[in-house]
Design a protein around this ligand. Structure first.
Ligand code: OOB
Length: 557
């Protein structure tokens, strides 16, 4: 088996890398080393809580190293990739850390992904192993992983959390504490990966048809974690509740699970953000910090308004990001939840902006903050690439010590999303205020942001064209009170043909597409509006669906 991780990645120019080192942004350490540092300092402190499971720092370090060695003994080696598709739980965290220690590169799949996404990602990353739960909500992840192993040539190892059938390795055994922690540590230190090597692959939110892999190195990700920990005020007293899917950059590293473990705080993991369970966990563990997408923040606010009560007394800060938080909801956070709001405008590709905890109310409630690092470069430009003055919305471009210079093995996407001098264009339309704070005004990328989960319009359209009777298809965002946006599909069909929403949903479901990407509304029209250059005019379609929804709701009143 050849190893391809290092080709296909785009490195920072050498002079910049040297500067990042000189300035201390890159410390030339691996991510696992920070866990050992905390464990040496606070061995008996609780690091990780998942239901009844409570893991101290010394136990976490022991499990991490023992698991790293067991993975290597199973035949994996440094630079091999492993698909990780696990729900929020201690297993996710220990396995991810073990991969960092062994130099195995985890590919951060989402629990919601199905065959369509997993087979594509496994193939692209040439993953040798996949870690999955057994069965969740009637879905047999183990069976799907076995199916993938039979069809993807590189994939020869299935690790199962829970009830592994005899075919597969049981993840919990791999993640058990070791008999010789000191020995394992010495051995793994001796064969530690290069800090410039990929530590993990994050998934891109998707603007083009196929998902892309974002290589994050130990150096750049460690800095991402440290830089986001400062404005969130993370200390060893921080108790963090992780309810968003942990494989997202936001709950993983902004500062998220890893930031709290680096600082010696306590991480409490829950499989989802359901308010009753989340509030009980906050009360029980004395949670001080959590992260939510706007839809979750809104649910928490509603729940608190309905139930009253004092369960959130310890919750000092709630971070909200992933999609635009409406100002009117932002204004409710402090009065209702009693916590300071931190808006987070971030991306798996790097740049993280946050409002500061001591910012004026107006900044916290109406902006998405400013970069976490002095080394983050941000430009707001017009269509010709000219810099725009403050107050004028334009496309955001960014570079910096934790914003990679390209996707993994994606020269075409790189040519579109990165300028030759390394600026990443996220596709967001942003206005910069004179005080430096950014406001996300919209976007010029063909994506639907469904409550923080990103859906590429092109990916869905290409699947819908598999229905022969469909002549044209356009996936667009339609406004939704709860999720912000949902996926709406406009189609034209062959004369006399009939295509229903149910038919499309069934097709996508059977193709093995993640449920959050399946269209929730269909409009069949005679003709799709075109722009001057002959492309489908999606702006007009977005206006059309907004109008249709408004008149439908007026009629129902
Ligand atoms: C986070 O990361 P991704 O990679 O899932 O998505 C990035 C995109 C941004 O380009 C932007 O379009 C949108 O999500 N976004 C926001 C936003 N935060 C993200 N749009 C408006 N307002 C916000 N506050 O979503 C992500 C990564 C790290 C931290 C937080 C979020």
């Amino acid at each position: 088996m050849t190893s391809h991780t290092s080709d296909g990645t785009v490195a920072w120019p050498a002079d910049l890398a040297a500067e990042f080192r000189r300035k201390g942004y890159w410390e030339d350490r691996t991510l696992g080393s920070y866990i050992h540092e905390t464990a040496d300092r606070l061995p008996e402190k609780i690091a990780l809580v998942d239901g009844d499971v409570r893991i101290t720092y010394s136990e976490l370090a022991s499990r991490m190293d023992a698991a790293a060695e067991r993975l290597l003994q199973l035949g994996l080696k440094a630079d091999d990739r492993m698909m990780v598709q696990l729900p929020n739980g201690w297993q996710f965290t220990v396995l991810t850390l073990a991969c960092f220690r062994a130099g195995i590169v985890p590919v951060m799949a989402l629990p919601a992904h199905r065959k369509y996404e997993l087979s594509f990602l496994t193939d692209l990353s040439e993953s040798r192993a996949i870690a999955v739960p057994d069965v969740i909500k009637d879905f047999d992840h183990q069976a799907l992983a076995e199916e993938l192993a039979a069809s993807v040539p590189s994939l020869d190892m299935v690790l199962v959390s829970g009830a592994a059938n005899p075919l597969n390795a049981r993840l919990e055994e791999i993640l058990a504490p070791g008999a010789d922690p000191a020995g394992a540590r010495t051995r793994l230190d001796a064969s530690a990966p290069s800090p410039d090597a990929p530590a993990l692959f994050l998934l891109s939110g998707g603007t083009t048809g196929l998902p892309k892999l974002i290589t994050r190195t130990h150096n750049d990700y460690a800095y991402n974690i440290k830089a986001t920990s400062v404005p969130t005020n993370v200390t060893e007293d921080t108790v963090y509740l992780g309810t968003l899917p942990a494989s997202h950059n936001f709950p993983l590293a902004c500062p998220g699970i890893l930031g709290i473990l680096f600082a010696g705080g306590r991480v409490v993991m829950l499989p989802g953000p359901e308010p009753r369970k989340a509030f009980a966990a906050i009360e029980r563990e004395g949670v001080t910090l959590s992260a939510a997408v706007p839809a979750v923040a809104q649910r928490w606010i509603e729940h608190q308004e309905e139930t009253g009560g004092n369960q959130l007394a310890s919750l000092e800060v709630i971070q909200v990001g992933g999609s635009r938080l409406p100002d009117e909801i932002a204004r409710k956070v402090k009065p209702v939840l009693g916590s300071t709001l931190q808006q987070v405008f971030g991306m798996a590709e790097g740049l993280i902006n946050v409002t500061r905890l001591d910012d004026p109310e107006d900044v916290i409630c109406t902006t998405q903050g400013r970069p976490v690092s002095e080394a983050d470069e941000v430009r707001i430009v017009d269509e010709a690439g000219n810099d725009l003055p403050d107050g004028v919305p334009g496309s955001i471009l960014t570079r910096g010590p934790y914003t990679p210079r390209g996707y993994y093995r994606a020269p075409e996407a790189n040519a579109r999303a990165f300028t030759p001098d390394g600026w990443y264009a996220s596709g967001d339309i942003v206005e910069r205020r004179p005080d430096g704070n950014l406001i996300v005004q919209g976007r010029d990328k063909d994506m639907i942001n469904r409550g923080g989960e990103k859906i590429s319009a092109e990916e869905i359209e290409s699947l819908v064209y598999r229905i022969e009777d469909v002549t044209m298809a356009a996936a667009i965002a339609m406004p939704d009170e709860v999720l912000g946006e949902k996926l709406c599909l406009y189609i034209t069909v062959k004369p006399g043909a009939e295509v229903t929403l149910e038919q499309i949903q069934t097709l996508l479901h059977e193709t093995g597409v993640a449920a959050f990407k399946i269209p929730e509304h269909l409009v069949v029209v005679d003709e799709l509006p075109a722009t001057k250059v002959g492309k489908i005019n999606k702006k007009e379609l977005r206006a059309d669906i907004a109008e249709r929804l408004a008149s439908a709701s007026a009629h129902s009143k």
